[in-house]
Design a protein around this ligand. Structure first.
Ligand SMILES: Nc1nc2c(c(=O)[nH]1)N[C@H]1C(S)=C(S)[C@@H](COP(=O)(O)O)O[C@H]1N2
Ligand SMILES: [Mo]
Length: 213
């Protein structure tokens, strides 16, 4: 979380506590749930009604656009890249949040270093095997908690949750993370994705309830 967001969250928390007549902090997680969200312990599934079951032998991840080194990675080549584990909270725009999601896979920064985007590249456009797409500024993709995940809680990401590989961008509403990811394209200009052209916010910040454009 950026310092500004952290301070804003603390300020909202303080105001809530004051309104409730609380003088001492009661729980450590009061400022962890973004405004308008409800905590769930389950894991709802959100998709377009299509779950493309790609055999691993046919799966590829393409990295293209404004890059010095365009690549198409096989499942074996992708999994041979350095792996990371990141625990993060998940916020869906439909108001559910899930804490402590333990994802593992390849850091976005690793794919960035591999592809060597040109200086003009400022945006990233993700396309998926189900026809979904979404777009994110490159700077946000380079946060150290952004990854292409192949496992959740130590087990392969299931098909319903976007396996074999899905994008996780914890600081944004979850529609910015493409399940069933197929291609990562680096662009100079922004290009709106599936939900972004249908009225969802382009910036998608859970802390400011930046839900719809
Ligand atoms: N390819 C693809 N990615 C997608 C979606 C989708 O329909 N297709 N839905 C998005 C939305 S709205 C959310 S909340 C999360 C849901 O992830 P989950 O089904 O694992 O909870 O995936 C996002 N990524
Ligand atoms: Mo969502």
């Amino acid at each position: 979380m950026s310092k500004e967001r952290y301070i804003a969250a603390k300020k909202r928390w303080a105001e809530k506590q004051k309104a409730a007549g609380v003088t001492a902090r009661a729980t450590a997680s009061a400022d962890r749930l973004p405004p308008g969200q409800k905590l769930t312990t389950g894991f709802p599934v959100l998709d377009l009604g299509v779950r493309p079951d790609i055999p691993l032998g046919e799966w590829t991840l393409g990295i293209d656009g404004l890059v010095a080194n365009p690549t198409t990675l096989s499942w074996a080549a992708f999994n041979a890249l350095p792996q990371i584990v990141d625990v993060s909270d998940f916020h869906c725009v439909t108001t559910w949040s899930k804490y402590d999601c333990r994802w593992s896979g390849v850091a976005f920064t690793t794919l960035y270093e591999l592809a060597q985007p040109k200086p003009e590249a400022k945006f990233v456009y993700f396309t998926s095997y189900d026809g979904y797409s979404t777009n994110v500024p490159l700077a946000q993709c380079l946060d150290d908690d952004v990854l292409v995940a192949t496992a959740f809680d130590g087990a392969p990401v299931t098909l319903e949750h976007g396996g074999p590989a899905r994008v996780i961008i914890p600081k944004l509403y979850a529609w910015k993370g493409a399940k069933f990811v197929k291609t990562i394209t680096f662009l100079a200009e922004d290009k709106l994705g599936f939900w972004e052209v249908r009225g969802y916010s382009n910036t998608a910040d859970p802390w400011t309830e930046d839900r719809y454009a």
